[in-house]
Design a binder for this molecule. Structure first.
Ligand code: GLU
Length: 379
């Protein structure tokens, strides 16, 4: 696959902790300098670059001499506080060598999941880009606790990239792309150069479901890929273990390319489609799937199962009978009422609820179709 990074206008680059931080020696300055050389070359060619940099906890751990032991939550939060200040200064210095300015952005989950904060974050980052400063972004690990954190920078980077309308997301890590199975466990695993869309078969290649241990592994990278491609952002998974990892992509080093949807969701639907934790799930029948794919609203008649507890206006995932995600949308009923009217025809709803209600469970204006659900001919 031949993809020139320089043909993209706005690129989000995510850097995994292991690339930037050596457990014994701390920051890998030579590597960072080689990466910022590449970033400067792309910027000189007119591209806007956003950096999502991990490494705060790893660097803080080294600076504080905490060794390899498992850290308690407040220890990793404190390590992040120490590491982040060093990380930000290293970025500022390395980008500054090329005359590039930089600005630090630390996000908590609510900053992208709540609509008002999302718009606010977007405005700030837009202004930074306008000022020609490279945004250097990380999760605000010092205040993020389990329930309210992204937990991995793959999805954070996809969320920020799509929020900013990036046309490319590059995930640099210690693996050079997607394989048919985790290569560490399966010697016959084959490399996949291009993913047209993230089907359940592709999903299965990541191995077991996300867990404490697979955090940041292939699972979260595929989740990032779904967020990105649905919003029209292409994604590349490439190895960052060599110097000049971005120049290497253009020079033909192998990587996996995830093709963006030909019919990406736009504007406000990008925010809906990328929500990280839908509050509930609606399973729908085949007729409703067809209706959704042809641009119609989701009616209660097509809903076969309601799961989770949600309020009116929350984001829910819409699944087909096989459990595959078809869409996400803002639901017009709370979960109690949704259970009561699931399967009912429009004429029966008012009688069951005791009030005149909306015809749609999710209005089409509030529905974002997932890239994986789009029929082949639309790609
Ligand atoms: N935010 C974490 C850090 O900077 C990294 C999360 C990740 O590796 O995905 O240490």
């Amino acid at each position: 696959m031949n993809v020139a990074l320089s043909s993209h206008r706005r690129i989000t680059v995510k850097i995994g902790s292991a690339l930037l931080v050596d457990r014994e020696k701390g920051l890998k300055r030579d590597w960072l300098i080689s990466l910022t050389d590449d970033i400067a070359a792309l910027a000189a060619g007119g591209a806007e670059i956003l950096v999502v940099s991990s490494g705060a906890i790893a660097l803080g751990r080294t600076i504080l001499g905490l060794g390899k032991r498992v850290l308690k939550l407040e220890e990793s939060q404190a390590a992040a506080a120490v590491g982040q200040i060093a990380l930000a200064s290293a970025w500022s210095e390395a980008l500054g060598r090329h005359g590039l300015r930089s600005g630090q952005i630390l996000l908590t989950l609510g900053d992208t999941e709540e609509r008002r904060r999302y718009l606010n974050g977007r405005a700030t980052i837009s202004k930074l880009l306008e000022f020609k400063a490279v945004p250097v972004i990380n999760e605000n690990d010092t205040v993020a606790t389990t329930e309210i954190r992204y937990g991995d920078n793959d999805r954070l980077a996809a969320r920020v990239g799509t929020m900013m309308g990036a046309d490319l997301l590059v995930l640099l890590s210690d693996i050079d792309g997607l394989y048919t199975a985790p290569p560490a466990r399966d010697p016959n695993a084959a490399f996949i150069p291009v993913v047209e869309r993230i089907t359940p078969e592709i999903d299965a290649m990541a191995g077991a479901a996300a867990s404490e241990f697979s955090r940041g592994g292939m699972r979260t990278k595929l989740d990032a890929g779904k967020i990105a491609t649905t919003a029209g952002t292409a994604m590349i998974i490439a190895s960052g273990t060599r110097l000049h990892p971005l120049a290497a992509i253009d020079a033909g080093e192998r990587f996996t390319y995830f093709r963006p949807s030909a019919h990406p969701v736009k504007g406000y639907k990008t925010w809906i489609a990328g929500q990280l934790e839908p509050a509930g799930r609606l399973t729908i029948d085949a007729g409703a799937v067809r209706a959704l794919l042809s641009g119609k609203s989701l009616l209660p008649a097509g809903v076969t199962l309601v799961s989770g507890t949600f309020s009116r206006g929350d984001t829910v995932a819409v699944l087909d009978a096989a459990g595959r995600e078809v869409a996400r949308g803002l639901v017009a009923y709370d979960s109690g009422d949704a259970v009561r009217i699931a399967g009912l025809k429009s004429g029966e709803i008012a009688e069951r609820l005791g009030y005149e209600a909306r015809a749609a469970m999710i209005h089409r204006d509030d529905l974002a179709i997932s890239s994986a659900a789009q029929p082949d001919e639309t790609r």
